[in-house]
Ligand binder design. Structure first.
Ligand SMILES: C[S@@+](CC[C@H](N)C(=O)[O-])C[C@H]1O[C@@H](n2cnc3c(N)ncnc32)[C@H](O)[C@@H]1O
Length: 278
């Protein structure tokens, strides 16, 4: 039954599509929802006043979604999405849920109203370069968070815990979508797992699909905007010829054929001998 969704970007509302997926069918979710940025206690991005905000890509919201829900309604919606995502992942599955903390009315909004009653395991800091903020009441925010929500049997791919929990990755520069993931960030996440089926319920420009396909994994994408669906499909086609993930894996290519190392003949020491050395 899952076959009909595999390696497709489905045009629709994420909850409508998620409700149709069976329990425990997905290995990995990687996603970034709309942040509700236009609902702001300050001027925020409401009308573009404030210098550089006038050019911010999200000033108009998304193509057919205004990103401006009442705060409680937004939190309830996102919590419902998270519960559905937890339902569809397997017992060794995980969700990498990217969000942004921000200051509203002088107090931090840390998304605790969304991320509760789910098996939250770790918070990864994605340190972005730069940022824009004109508020003298607090320091310039320079990071976003990635919640690692994982079921009990989830494990990273071998050696990947060495990345640590603070990732310094430049935001995406060349993408027409107003809030795209950097390819490097999604490459880091997917290649740190052995997941075969990767789901992104807010697919946007298709970054999760492009990286999953480039790494030989299957993907399922859901996106509300027909325009973004079309451009994501076109990007996937282009990636068959010019894979965007390739540049992050050039080292791997070299590692496939390591130079031969001349070994000195040594007496073989077995486990028993090793113990006797100490
Ligand atoms: C932050 S963007 C995701 C960008 C994506 N990570 C990328 O790399 O391009 C959020 C996306 O969610 C989409 N969206 C908003 N509401 C949605 C809904 N109810 N169901 C599915 N997609 C939705 C928006 O159109 C937008 O493209």
């Amino acid at each position: 039954m899952l076959e009909e969704y595999l390696n497709r970007i489905i045009h629709g509302d994420c909850l409508d599509v998620l409700h149709k997926l069976p329990d425990a069918c997905i290995d990995l979710v990687v996603t970034s929802p709309p942040y509700n940025l236009k609902n702001s206690t300050g001027n925020g991005m409401k009308d573009g006043r404030g210098g550089k905000w006038a050019n911010a890509a999200l000033i108009k919201g998304y193509e057919n979604y205004d990103d401006c829900m009442p705060v409680e309604e937004y939190a309830l919606w996102q919590h419902e999405v998270l519960l559905e995502l937890v339902r569809v992942i397997k017992d060794d599955g995980a969700i990498f849920y990217n969000h942004k903390w921000r200051v509203q009315d002088g107090l931090i909004q840390d998304r605790r109203d969304i991320v509760y009653d789910v098996p939250l395991r770790q918070i990864i800091i994605w340190k972005r370069k730069g940022g824009i903020n004109f508020n003298a009441g607090y320091f310039l925010p320079t990071y976003e968070v990635i919640y690692l929500i994982a079921k009990k049997d989830f494990k990273l791919a071998p050696h990947c815990n060495r990345y640590g929990d603070v990732w310094e990755i430049m935001q995406e520069q060349r993408n027409d979508h107003p809030a795209p993931f950097p390819v490097e960030l999604i490459d880091r996440i997917i290649s740190s797992t052995t997941a075969q089926i990767v789901l992104d319920p807010f697919m946007g420009s298709g970054t999760t699909a492009v990286v999953a396909a480039g790494l030989g994994r299957d993907f399922i994408g859901i996106e509300k905007s027909a325009k973004y669906c079309e451009s994501a499909m076109a990007r996937l086609e282009k990636n068959k010829i010019y894979p965007e993930v390739a540049k992050f894996h050039q080292l791997d290519l070299f590692q496939l054929t390591p130079p031969p190392i001349k070994q000195k003949k040594t007496k073989q020491i077995n486990d028993h001998d090793t113990q006797s050395l100490f």
